[in-house]
Design a protein around this ligand. Structure first.
Ligand SMILES: [Zn+2]
Length: 301
């Protein structure tokens, strides 16, 4: 953890924080990567499994552990499956922003990024009753402009970056004065990491992701647990990202259920949804910083 973050006491005297998060990508992730996949009934059915089956299995698991989680929902998924958003909200979980289409902000103009944010906010607000305060970039591919665009729209936090073990205060503008701490000038960043994702373990869709042998739930959980065990030693905020179209399948869901049961029983781990974690860290003084842009001659920044 950064020094300032590690000095912040966690609820219950916990050594670390943990959050189980779910990205309800649905068809949007596939067609954003390759619009041609929309012509494949099979590929679309693979993605539709998430909102049709996986989400509700996961909601049942979370209810069994009385755990509140964060669901990142692309606006396109929300428009296509409005009842899914309503069911997540009715179960008491947080709905957060994951783009309108599952397109990476780095490939968009600023005007296009704004259109994606505002369009996603509008549909999530219409279905959930409140505007989201959390954002996660599709493919975790945050643009340099996005922290400012989020801060200008009242977002509390982002969860797309990887340069820390614990939440920190992220400057809205990478070129701004580092002493800025007002909420309008910074947001909370809750770091994530590729090893704590189920995509690399489970996703095999011809034409989209063909990473190689699909892993067993045992292998996936072993990887996620090793990072958790490390944070119980060193401290930090463990954020697991699962996709309902992947981890909602029966064998994987059963393994996830077991893992959640283990984690909630750990007295040194504070489990919470990301908005609760963000609000906890936002309530403490943290010096805002940024990811230093690359500025060498000949290298675009
Ligand atoms: Zn996604």
């Amino acid at each position: 953890m950064t020094n300032e973050s590690s000095a912040i006491a966690l609820p219950g005297g916990a050594k670390m924080a943990a959050s189980f998060t779910f990205d309800v990508d649905g068809e949007s992730a596939a067609i954003a990567a390759d619009a041609g996949l929309a012509t494949s009934m099979s590929a679309m059915s693979h993605q539709a499994y998430g909102p049709l089956v996986g989400v509700h299995r996961i909601l049942d698991i979370l209810e069994g552990h009385r755990m509140k989680s964060t669901f990142f929902v692309p606006g396109y998924t929300a428009d296509r499956y409005p009842h899914v958003v309503k069911d997540i909200v009715a179960a008491g979980h947080e709905i957060a922003h994951h783009g309108y289409h599952h397109v990476q902000p780095t490939g968009l103009s600023e005007a296009q990024q704004i259109e994606q944010i505002d369009r996603g906010c509008d549909v999530l607000e219409k279905l959930s009753g409140s505007r989201p305060i959390g954002y996660r970039a599709p493919m975790w591919d945050l643009s340099w402009q996005m922290p400012r665009l989020l801060a200008e729209r009242g977002f509390l936090y982002d969860s797309s970056l990887m340069d820390a073990d614990a939440p920190y205060r992220l400057l809205a503008d990478p070129d701004a004065d580092a002493s800025a701490t007002a909420s309008a000038e910074s947001i909370i960043e809750i770091p994530i990491q590729w090893a704590l994702d189920d995509w690399e373990q489970y996703c095999f869709v011809p034409g989209l992701t063909e990473l190689g042998p699909i892993q067993t739930p045992r292998n996936a959980v072993e990887l996620w647990r090793s990072e958790l065990d490390g944070m119980r030693t060193y401290g930090g905020c463990w954020v697991l990202t699962n996709h309902p179209f992947l981890s909602g399948r029966p064998g994987r869901a059963a393994a996830l259920n077991d893992l959640i049961g283990e984690v909630v029983a750990m007295p040194d781990v504070w489990t919470a949804c990301l908005s609760d974690i963000a609000q906890h860290f936002a309530a403490h003084p943290l010096t805002a910083r940024t990811v230093e842009p690359i500025r060498q001659p000949g290298v675009p920044s």
